[in-house]
Design a protein around this ligand. Structure first.
Ligand SMILES: [Zn+2]
Ligand SMILES: [Zn+2]
Length: 327
């Protein structure tokens, strides 16, 4: 009497399989359980077969892998996009190009709606169709960016999902184009900006106290006069500068950030700092390093609702920057 095949065991085989000296035994264990109706949760049948596909493919047995992928598709008729993509990739690697492209092309619309569907592009890229992969990514980005422009009033969840998809598609496209030796285009620059912004947000959450650089009113005005290029980095008015920082702090605390605070910069301080460091005072990196150098003078955020506001206005927080975050 053989045992039931549990999801844990399938997962274990999946991680063992690629290193195992006897991959055939693992495949037999998986396929045997499917054949004999011993998969503990029938919803895992497709999963078991796809793990076997992976092991076979890794062992170079593409024909048997294809047969099992085809079976996995039939076993899960309602949710088989991933299995179909795997089958499409196998067909491509077996030089059955037309069939493989047809299988993947049928799934292509998923790139615009399903954040996980980037596996489609992996299948293309891993079978010598990187140019097609880039083309599909470009098309999906065009569509999603268009949609976010025309549906500005979508729910916050829908906006978050679109942002996450744009991020994933742009990164994957950027890296593929880099492998192809193509120069940066507009979407590659977007990918770089998004990656920098996300590293930045994560750093701010990881590195203990997250402090933001704040310019008191007089300093803010002097700053833009002294270094006009910073006009592009900061909002046009001091009120908007305060509001932007308050919103960033609210967001960071919503993402679990602790030890948040602001440090107040001065024009003379930045000038001296940049000169010592031999760096450009209008560079974002210089501004970040300058903010770090002020970490002895952090004003913790948020202040109590009835305490004076962090921005130095002298007004109670609840009547000053607290409501600004919602503006
Ligand atoms: Zn880049
Ligand atoms: Zn304030």
């Amino acid at each position: 009497m053989s045992e039931l095949l549990t999801a844990d065991r399938i997962e274990e085989i999946g991680s063992l399989g690629l290193k195992s000296p006897d991959p055939a035994a693992l495949v037999a264990e998986l396929v045997g359980a499917v054949d004999e109706g011993r998969v503990a949760d029938p919803a895992d049948i497709g999963y078991a077969l796809l793990v076997a596909v992976d092991i076979l493919e890794n062992a170079g047995d593409l024909a048997d892998a294809l047969a099992l992928a085809t079976r996995a598709i039939a076993e899960q008729p309602d949710d088989n996009a991933y299995a179909r993509a795997v089958r499409g990739g196998l067909l491509l690697r077996l030089d059955r190009t037309d069939e493989g492209l047809a299988e993947l092309t049928a799934l292509r619309p998923l790139l615009e709606t399903d954040p996980d569907a980037t596996y489609l592009v992996d299948e293309l890229a891993e079978s010598g169709h990187a140019e097609t992969a880039v083309e599909w990514l470009t098309g999906a980005l065009d569509t999603i960016l268009d949609r976010t422009r025309t549906h500005e009033h979508e729910s916050e969840d829908a906006q978050d999902e679109a942002a996450a998809m744009i991020y994933g598609l742009a990164q994957q496209r950027h890296d593929l184009r880099e492998e192809l030796g193509l120069p940066h285009d507009e979407y590659d620059n977007l990918a770089d900006r998004l990656r920098a912004a996300s590293d930045h947000a994560l750093d701010a959450l990881d590195d203990g106290p997250a402090t933001l650089l704040f310019w008191p009113q007089a300093e803010f005005d002097a700053l833009l006069v002294r270094w006009p290029p910073l006009v592009g980095t900061y909002p046009p008015t001091w009120d908007e500068h305060r509001a932007q920082l308050e919103r960033a702090l609210v967001d960071a605390s919503g993402m679990g950030g602790a030890d948040l605070g602001v440090v107040a910069g001065t024009v003379d301080g930045l000038a001296a700092f940049a000169q010592d460091a031999g760096s450009d005072p209008t560079d974002e990196e210089t501004l970040d390093e300058y903010a770090d150098s002020l970490d002895e003078t952090v004003t913790a955020w948020p202040p109590g609702r009835n305490d004076t506001c962090w921005c130095g206005s002298g007004t109670k927080y609840k009547k000053c920057c607290l409501p600004r975050s919602r503006g």
